[in-house]
Design a protein around this ligand. Structure first.
Ligand code: LLP
Length: 463
């Protein structure tokens, strides 16, 4: 993830401190379309607009901080994934990236399926009208209650993650007088090139059942013996924010290998494989994500080739992109508060949010971009660190970025690519109120998740 320090510095410091930054862009007013939602641009007055609406108007109407979500972009990305994989594959949006009733309706309308991983996500999905058979239920420690609700609702599949769970799902379905379709999640032993907290295919971790040592094959044996469940396939998710597709290829190779073993041992050809999510997006201009049709082509080719070699019928493929769909579609709009230039170091720019609305920088050392959006500026670049208002020095939103040196309190700045894992991982640290999600489209803006209020906080506090 790291970038090297650049020798040429901003005009207010002779020597640049260590940091993760490249050269300041030649024009700080230019918005790199790689990291911004598709309908974002600047109007003739230099104010950034999205969906045809000025951010200054959004800030006035909805306050800051706020997540601003470009609905047209979200829908376009859904369609791009669905088109890329075609009718012989299924795209499940991973709800953990960001889920709300509006998102569920958009997914339903655009023909996508939905992956949920908790009772709360299941409730949101069903409440907003996602047909149960288009829902996959995930998780490494589903409660008995969650399993019952999923089976009762008739979810299309439960992805079982342990030996105990295979038995629990089977018994639950039997007790409820039904059969449940399941996939078994396996770990294929791939080291994905990403942060260790979000890599999930190596064996020494909590998810899945290892292929190694025949454990996954044993799980398949048990699943095939039990009444109440129909084993429809094998699932693998290698990690998240991955650019290099070789990990997916190794995973596909090993999963198909297991399908061949199953055919040889049981005379059964499982009809489906799921290769999970994990495709990386651009957070800064240095990131070069791959397009859905590239991914689809690569995955289809490898699965087809491996199946031909093993003389297996090609299974139906499914994928579970979360970040790659919602991540680029939103930005967080903040108002600049205090500004502290630290001579020879950098300028600390405080905003009215922080680690409560974006924990990713503190948690994963994630890199983000930032821009002044309420106006343009002709001032030179200053090396800035965008920080929040929380009571810790690690409360950093953007570690190293260039902002115009005339930045002033009251300016609006925005951090792009915050659609995924920001609102969904937001907290009430320091009793912060979680920001709203405002969807914009064709000149209209509406709140799809409202801002928390102090009454919300007090309502939970019943002591
Ligand atoms: N499928 C499964 C089984 C998953 O566990 C995940 C993500 C996905 C799909 C979607 O992955 P995506 O396409 O969004 O990368 N909080 C972390 C990411 C955790 C991902 C967890 N699982 C972050 O902020 O980077």
């Amino acid at each position: 993830m790291s970038r090297s320090a650049h020798p040429a510095g901003p005009r207010h410091a002779d020597v640049l401190p260590e940091g993760h930054y490249t050269a300041p862009p030649t024009d700080l007013n230019v918005l790199d379309e790689k990291v911004w939602a598709r309908t974002v641009g600047r109007n003739a007055d230099g104010v950034v607009t999205v969906g045809g609406i000025e951010v200054t108007r959004l800030a006035e109407e909805f306050g800051t901080p706020a997540y601003i979500l470009d609905e047209a972009d979200f829908r376009a990305r859904c369609r791009a994934w669905a088109d890329a994989f075609g009718k012989d594959a299924d795209v499940f949006y991973a709800g953990k990236a960001f889920l709300s009733r509006a998102v569920v309706r958009w997914l339903k309308e655009e023909g996508l399926n939905l992956d949920v991983c908790s009772g709360g996500e299941l409730t949101t999905a069903l409440d907003a009208g996602m047909p149960a058979d288009r829902i996959a239920f995930h998780g490494n420690n589903k409660s008995q209650e969650e399993i019952e609700r999923a089976v009762e609702a008739g979810v299309g599949r439960i992805v079982v993650d342990s030996f105990q769970e295979i038995v629990r799902v089977a018994h639950t379905a039997q007790r409820l007088g039904t059969r449940q379709r399941v996939q078994i999640r396996v770990t294929v032993g791939v080291e994905a090139h990403t942060h260790e907290f979000i890599a999930t295919a190596h064996e020494d971790q909590k998810f899945g059942i290892p292929l190694a040592g025949g454990q996954a094959a044993e799980a398949v044996r048990r699943a095939l013996r039990l009444d109440g469940i129909d084993l429809i396939g094998i699932h693998s998710h290698i990690g998240s924010q991955i650019f290099d597709t070789s990990g997916f290829e190794v995973a596909a190779h090993r999963v198909v290998g297991l399908l061949a073993e199953i055919r040889d041992e049981h005379g059964v050809e499982l009809p489906e494989i799921d290769l999970g999510g994990g495709l990386g997006i651009a957070y800064t201009s240095d990131d070069d994500p791959r397009e859905p049709h590239d991914i689809a082509k690569a995955l289809n080719e490898i699965v087809t080739r491996e199946c031909e070699a093993a003389r297996l019928r090609t299974p139906r493929i499914s994928v579970e992109p979360g970040r790659a769909i919602v991540g680029p579609t939103a930005f967080t709009l903040y108002e600049v508060g205090t500004i502290k230039p630290l001579e020879g170091l950098r300028t600390y720019v405080s905003v009215d949010g922080g680690m409560s609305d974006n924990i990713r920088t503190a948690l994963y050392d994630a890199e983000y971009s930032v821009a002044l959006v309420s106006r343009t500026s002709t001032a030179g670049p200053m090396l800035a660190r965008v920080v929040g208002k929380h009571c810790e020095s690690g409360d950093i939103v953007v570690k190293d970025a260039f902002l115009p040196a005339d930045l002033a309190p009251g300016d609006l700045i925005a951090v792009p690519a915050t659609g995924a894992y920001c609102r969904s991982m937001a907290s009430n640290y320091n009793h912060a109120l979680r920001p709203p999600v405002v969807a914009v489209k064709d000149g209209e803006a509406r709140v799809v998740v409202r801002r928390e209020t102090e009454e919300d906080l007090l309502r939970l506090d019943v002591g």
